[in-house]
Design a binder for this molecule. Structure first.
Ligand code: NAD
Ligand code: FES
Length: 279
């Protein structure tokens, strides 16, 4: 059992949970994730380890409440427990050792970019982060990223920072030159737009993919993605891949396949079929 130490709202539907998981806190590396099982019989939720404190023995999970299971997770209070956390899973991020990196985080994907920026900063790489949200209240991890380098904040409605998508700011940053690698995490259309910017410039671009996962060990095939014409499993071959090789259309198609089931589960939950009360 893993005790929840704190539960902090970061934006209208995103919460930060700090959870006791000493072994994972010690060995996790940027880019790796865990699979969380709230209680016996619950859905298994893959979540990036957004941060860790090896001394305290805790890991930070950032959860967007979009469906039944994620709503149940963000409803956990300090002192309550999570039945199981498996990990760290997946391959660590391919980090450069010198030069300048551009880290782009869209919405909740910013929490996935944070450990990458931390890893780069520890190696002495210059980090420029571009992060965005629909409006000011959706911008997360700004202060944490400011400790690691320059940060440009964008909002879709212009309520904070630069008006527009993160890709607008990324286009300008890339035009200035000097970027050795781009790491981009966020909604699939955002990552696809980033690789469309960097491909003609020949700037290596790493994206983190979020297909549906079940076992997280390469056995079920649920997380298969097409990269460079090959079928790969995001849980063991990724979740990060060369963005210029990713088949984003297939990824979007596979993600939409499960949307109807997720909506049905959420509807059942809202009708009172699940144990946790919803706002
Ligand atoms: P969102 O829809 O609010 O978008 C966040 C930001 O991304 C926007 O403010 C904008 O700057 C940028 N963006 C969005 N659409 C864009 C487009 N078409 N072109 C260019 N930029 C665009 O995001 P959200 O609701 O916080 O995130 C939800 C999505 O992120 C979900 O689809 C989720 O599955 C995905 N996600 C992905 C990962 C991952 O590892 N890849 C992790 C967490 C969440
Ligand atoms: Fe089952 Fe990746 S989650 S193969």
């Amino acid at each position: 059992m893993h005790a929840v130490i704190s539960n902090t709202p970061l934006s209208p539907n995103v919460n930060r949970l700090d959870v006791v998981a000493p072994r994972i806190a010690q060995i996790r590396q940027p880019g790796q994730f865990v699979i969380v099982l709230r209680c016996e019989g619950a859905e298994r939720i893959p979540l990036t380890v957004a941060d860790a404190d090896p001394v305290r023995g805790t890991i930070t999970l950032v959860i967007q409440a979009v469906g039944k299971s994620t709503r149940e997770l963000v409803a956990l209070k300090a002192g309550e427990t999570i039945a199981g956390i498996a990990g760290p899973l997946g391959k660590p991020t391919e980090l450069i050792s010198t030069g300048r990196a551009l880290c782009i985080g869209g919405g909740v994907g910013t929490a996935v970019v944070h450990p990458i920026a931390q890893g780069l900063h520890r190696r002495g790489v210059s980090v420029l982060s571009i992060i965005g949200g629909r409006s000011r209240e959706w911008v997360i991890f700004e202060n944490e990223l400011r400790q690691l380098g320059d940060v440009t904040v964008c909002t879709d409605d212009g309520s904070y920072g630069r008006h527009g998508f993160v890709t607008d700011a990324a286009k300008d940053a890339l035009a200035q030159g000097g970027i050795d690698v781009v790491y981009a995490v966020g909604p699939v259309p955002m990552m696809r737009a980033v690789v469309n910017l960097t491909r003609p410039l020949g700037v290596h671009t790493i994206v983190s993919l979020n297909p549906v996962m079940v076992d997280g060990t390469g056995m079920c095939g649920g997380c298969r993605v097409a990269v460079g014409g090959q079928t790969l499993f995001a849980c063991v071959d990724g979740p990060e891949f060369d963005g210029h090789q990713v088949d984003f259309e297939l990824l979007m198609d596979r993600l939409s396949t499960y949307r109807v089931f997720e909506q049905q589960a959420l509807a059942a939950c809202q009708e009172g079929a699940c144990k946790v009360g919803l706002a």
